[in-house]
Each structure stands twice: as C-alpha cells, then as structure tokens.
Design a protein around this ligand. Sequence first.
Ligand code: SF4
Length: 463
Amino acid sequence: MPNMSPNKVKMPEQDPNIRNKNFLEVALGYTKEMAIEEAQRCLQCKNKPCVNGCPVNVQIPEFIKLIVEGNFDESYKTVTSTNSLPAICGRVCPQESQCEKLCVRRVKGEPVGIGRLERFIADWYMENSNTVIEKSKKGGKKVAVVGSGPAGLTCAGDLVNMGYDVTIFEAFHTPGGVLMYGIPEFRLPKSLVQKEIENLKQLGVDIKTNMVIGKVLSIDELKEEGFEAIFIGSGAGLPSFMGIPGENLNGVYSSNEFLTRINLMKAYLFPNVDTPVKVGKNVAVVGGGNVAMDAARSAKRLGAENVYIVYRRSEKELPARIEEVHHAKEEGIIFKLLTNPVKILGTDEGWVKGMECVEMELGEPDASGRRRPVVKKGSEHIIDLETVIIAIGQSPNPLIKSTTKDLATEEWGGIIVNEDTGATSKESVYAGGDAVTGAATVILAMGAGKTAAAAIDKYLRHD
Ligand code: SF4
C-alpha cells in the first residue's frame, strides 16, 4: 500500500540561528527509514508524468521503487544511467518547477520528494557502496570539452561512456565550474562535487586545469591537436552591473567575485587561506535570484549584522526558488522589495558608505509579462552600508568568441546553437549551458550537455 500522507517526509535541517553563523550544509538529508517512507508515497504511475519534467530523463518511478525495496545499489545505477551528477541535482535542481511540478500527488497535497530521494540515493552510494566504477574502454576519437561545470561534466560523462577519449579543459585550478565557485558550501558541499568529478575521472575523463581556452589554446588550435569534436560549456562568468554612479567604489563586489572568493578560495577561513573578503556591518545585495540569496546568506555567515536584499519588483516576482527565499528569511535576511538603487555613496577615501534608493510600484505588464516597476515620486532614501553586492546577472565571457572565427554569437554574447543538437555555426564545434543561454540552472546546463553528447556521437559516427 502506498503511503497516502499529503505531506513530504520532512528533511532535517540545521537550526536557522545556528546555521547563519556557519558554512555547513543547511539541509541534512534523509535517513534510510525516512527515504523509504517518502518513496512509498510514489504511486508508480504507468505514464510517468514526472519523467517528462526532467531535462536528463531520469527514470523516476523505477529508481523510487528500488528505494522502497531497499535495493539502493540498483537504484543508484538507475539514476546514473541518465544523470551523472545525482548528489548535485538532488540538492540544487529546481524540482518544484520540473519533475515535482508534474507529480500526480500534487493534486491532493505535496508532490513526492523526488529531489530529496535522488540526493539520498547519491549520498548513500558515496558512503556505503563498494561497487568499483568500471573504466570505459578508451580508444575512440578525441573530443575536447571546454569548461568543467554541469554542462561540460555531463557531456564528458556521456561521451566517455560511449567510448570516446575525452579531455576537459578548465580555466580555474579546480574543476567544477559554477558548482565550485558559484554555489555556496552550505547548499552544495564542495567535497561532494569533487567526489562526483572523481567518479568521472575513474570512468576515464582526463581533466586539465589552469587551461584558459581562448588564451592558452584557441578552439582552432584544439582542432589542430587532433580533437575531432569540441564542446564549449564555458558558462557565464561576466558579471553585469547597473551602470549607476558609485559602482567602482571599494566595497562594491559583483556577486561573481564575492562568491568566488568565498566558495572557491574559502575566504571564510582567512587568514588560514590567502584570499580575504571584507563585509562590514551592513550589506546590501542587489537582485532577487538564487545568486542574490546565496550572496546574502554568505554575507550573514561572515558576520554582517544587517543584510538586505534590494529588489525592484515585489515578492511574487522574485526569480529565486521559494525554498531559497524561505531559508534566507529564516536566517534573518531583510527584504527591501519594490526598491531600486540609484546611486552608491562613498567616503572621501573611496569606500562605500551607503546607497541611495527609490521606492517602486508596479505598473502595466512589460514585454516579459511581468508588471513594470515605476518610481514612486518623492521616495528617495538612503540605506547606510559598508558593502554592496551586485547580483543582477551574468553573461558569457567574450574570450572564446573573440578568438574563434566563424563562431556566431548573440549581441549579448551567448553562442548561437541549433537547439536540438547544440551545434554551433562552426564545423565540429558544439556548445551548451550558460555559455549559450546566459546564467540559468544546473539541470538545464546538464540537459544541454547531454543533447550535445548525443549529437557529437552521431557526427563522429557520420550517421
Ligand atoms: S508522478 Fe509522482 S507519484 Fe507518479 S510516478 Fe512520478 S513521482 Fe511517482
């Protein structure tokens, strides 16, 4: 008999007043018993509506059934037959707008906790399984993957499993891309990202770090080195700014720099590590997406007393996941909604001392269908601050575009591809993830990596 409880089995979490002072993971994961209880909520629908919501086609009812049966090894194999990064997806995928959105249990309550179960099975495998990962037989044609974020890792994983000789080129000293520099430790432990990458290495993927493609080697030089196909998954690392006065003051960070210092360079352990990060007592994060929530929650953990999210629309329009907004509020982040910065104010020495803002109200819908914020007359006010973090989006780094002839890109920098294959305008070169779409989600990047891997295989087999 299925478990007909309308609610998901609750996942234990660190207390908000304790966790907002540490960088340990917030959500603690299911125990075996909790996972089986939650898995029993799945009705094993014949038509599998949930699978239609998964960009990498995870066989959801099958892996959940194996959890109910206690066959965790097989359950893990079922998940990883289509998803090479389950511990990551189980934590950071927006399941509420994908698989769980289509789950039939939503009709009378909460959907099955598919993400929580995926996380459970991946964590269980890492802790308990003795299964040795078999190295794929190399010897196939050489494929280069540029970037080791979710798109690159997925593409590389699929290609190595097909027998290709895959080399990933990563610009940083540590592989993982946005999973390492963008998403904080308290949402996605870095040791776990490295373990998933280790699994790919064991499969035979070769990873070369400190290799900035577009500078050390160009795409054309990779071709000359014998790579018969190339996948570009170089992400979106170029931060956007607002173009208001004061953005060059000391104490203004792009979210990209702020989070990289903390996540990749471990600034929260300074002076035991080389890279510091300075937050004062009062910090404003401008923006309302997941990156803004990550930056705000990180600033709080670094000791800031007042951390504000400054967002020009209302709560309803916040692009961040509801869960992230909820966690941020629990941790004491202050939301200044319908508020827009017009100027960052500085001291005579050039340090941030405040931000002038205006209040907004929502007018008629704009081209995106969202109601356009308009300035409320006479609403100018100043927030006292020492740090401002700009989290209003990122676009692809222009390096590859500027050094690769025949690679068509959008005006804003995104590489133009055939959506069905990931093929670019350049023969044998494919692309996917944030380098194509601008900053989006981990799972969409993984889906693009998967699509491109299939297309590269077809291309190299001359089908
Ligand atoms: S839709 Fe929900 S209940 Fe049905 S198979 Fe998928 S997870 Fe299970």
